[in-house]
Write a protein that binds this ligand. Structure first.
Ligand SMILES: Cc1ncc(COP(=O)(O)O)c(C=O)c1O
Ligand SMILES: N[C@@H](CCOP(=O)(O)O)C(=O)O
Length: 468
């Protein structure tokens, strides 16, 4: 089918070319790859400078409009963004907080479920509603979460008539607050499943369902994880928002990003491809450090996942790394497809010196438990900020990255500290309280099923319960 507007292609080069509505509803490409725009849209320095002073909603519509050509114009996008971000507790949506002369936090946790995922998922809920309306399609969402995507996605789609959601989380490996934010939503279209194993196991099962004709055929599957392009697109906006407030585009800004599935930091990479002057993107990992090993030594080999106090980053196989690999090797689907097939069989791959050179905008750092706690203590002692463990991992990396002192460094604050009260209390002695809007969490009834980490069990569960 000819596309009249922005075209999306698979990183593995062997799936239908789709428009924006198509990629939003499809999620994973049929060849197992991830959708990306055929070309990165570009803004000139003058165009970026002219965005200074726009509200978050206006900026979001301006930045995203080139990605939705032929499907949504800027005015339609603006209206969907106004609805999506109307539920945020801060008028700036993603406010900046200064820590010292060089360091800033970009607070991304003012949405309904207290994590950065709301920025994209509140909007994705609007896109789903818009693209399904007037059709008789019933969408079955299958998702995997290490804690935050699950609650944000459930909040975005609970009660929507044409959507049913099945969310897999690793049993006993998310915080109590994270679990309750998912399992206390009792809407009939929400199904929570705790599986034996890690987030990686859950994510692998989700991807397998997309390519299982016994599932994706009888059911129309879609994704809320960052394999869905719309998720990443919405995250590009806050890089522009922060940079414009710190002197961009005339002045370069660096970002430190707590990283697991490589979606958030890839959105920063996209912002740079679009013309935003970025000094550096720091890929901050916890001790599950495959991305640090890949970017610093070229070694992308899977080790087993170790549970940590930053559970949302307890990931080894980072979905969105495939999108970066596609760019680093010249955007040739057959090359990326062959590389990923090899990786799926062998559990490892090597990044050539040439690929690492092409990735020089990105540096990486690994932060261990003691360094994470020390960063939480520093933020509290020196700047009066209580930060969550994921943010602390990136802040530690930011303060040790050796960025020139005249370059502002923005650490992405990806979750509210009250989602991880034990880790925060252990480090700082302060137990952060849940904000009033979610304070009833521990009084509500929970509902979820526990399944073994076996594909057949999960597939059969979904097929038995999904309404068609
Ligand atoms: C609080 C928090 N920080 C950081 C991350 C890592 O982000 P990404 O998976 O986009 O790399 C996650 C999970 O995605 C998260 O929930
Ligand atoms: N940390 C995530 C893991 C899923 O990542 P996603 O960005 O691909 O949805 C989580 O909290 O669930």
């Amino acid at each position: 089918m000819a596309i009249n507007g922005t075209e999306y292609i698979s990183t593995r080069g062997n799936a239908d070319v789709l428009d924006f509505a198509g990629v939003t509803l499809t999620g994973l490409a049929s060849d197992g790859g991830l959708y990306v725009p055929r070309h990165w849209p570009q803004f000139s320095t003058d165009e970026i400078a002219a965005m200074r002073g726009l509200s978050y909603v206006d900026l979001a519509a301006r930045i995203m409009a080139p990605f939705t050509v032929g499907v949504l114009d800027e005015a339609e996008l603006r209206s969907l963004c106004a609805t999506a971000y109307g539920s945020f507790a801060h008028t700036a949506v993603t406010p900046l907080v200064q820590l010292d002369g060089q360091h800033w936090l970009l607070e991304l946790f003012h949405g309904p479920t207290l994590a950065f995922k709301d920025v994209a998922l509140q909007l994705l809920g609007q896109f789903f509603e818009r693209f399904l309306s007037g059709t008789d399609t019933k969408l079955t969402i299958v998702g995997a979460t290490s804690g935050d995507t699950g609650s944000a996605a459930i909040d975005a789609v609970a009660g929507r008539a044409q959507i049913e959601i099945f969310m897999l989380h690793p049993h006993n490996r998310v915080s109590d607050v994270q679990r309750r934010q998912m399992t206390t939503i009792l809407a009939p279209n929400v199904h929570n499943i705790a599986i034996g194993g890690s987030f990686d196991d859950a994510q692998a099962m989700v991807k397998r369902m997309f390519n299982d004709k016994d599932v994706n055929g009888p059911l129309t599957l879609s994704a809320v994880n960052s394999i869905n392009w719309a998720r990443l697109m919405a995250q590009v906006v806050y890089y522009f928002y922060a940079a414009l407030r710190l002197g961009g585009p005339e002045r370069k800004v660096a970002f430190s990003v707590p990283t697991g599935n490589f979606g958030d930091v890839f959105a920063g990479y996209v912002a740079a491809q679009m013309g935003l002057p970025i000094e550096r993107l720091i890929v901050a990992t916890n001790i599950n450090d495959i991305l640090h090993r890949a970017l610093s030594k070229g070694d992308y080999s899977v080790l087993s996942v170790t549970p940590t106090a930053s559970p949302s980053m307890d990931i080894q196989v980072s979905s969105n790394f495939e999108r970066l690999l596609f760019d680093l090797e010249g955007r040739v689907g057959a090359t990326t497809g062959a590389r990923m097939k090899w990786f799926e069989q062998m559990g490892k791959m090597v990044l050539s010196p040439e690929m690492r050179k092409n990735a020089s905008l990105l540096t990486s750092a690994r932060t261990d438990a003691d360094q994470m706690s020390a960063a939480m203590r520093w933020a509290y002692g020196a700047t009066d900020q209580i930060i969550d463990p994921h943010t602390a991992i990136a802040l530690h990396a930011a303060r040790n990255a050796g960025i020139r002192p005249d370059v502002p460094v923005v650490t992405l604050a990806t979750a509210h500290p009250a989602k991880f009260p034990d880790a925060v209390e252990n480090a700082t002695g302060i137990r952060p309280a849940l904000p009033a809007r979610v304070a009833q969490l521990f009084d509500r009834e929970e509902r979820f099923d526990v399944l073994p980490g076996a594909y057949d069990a999960v597939r059969d569960y979904v097929l038995a319960r999904a309404t068609r």
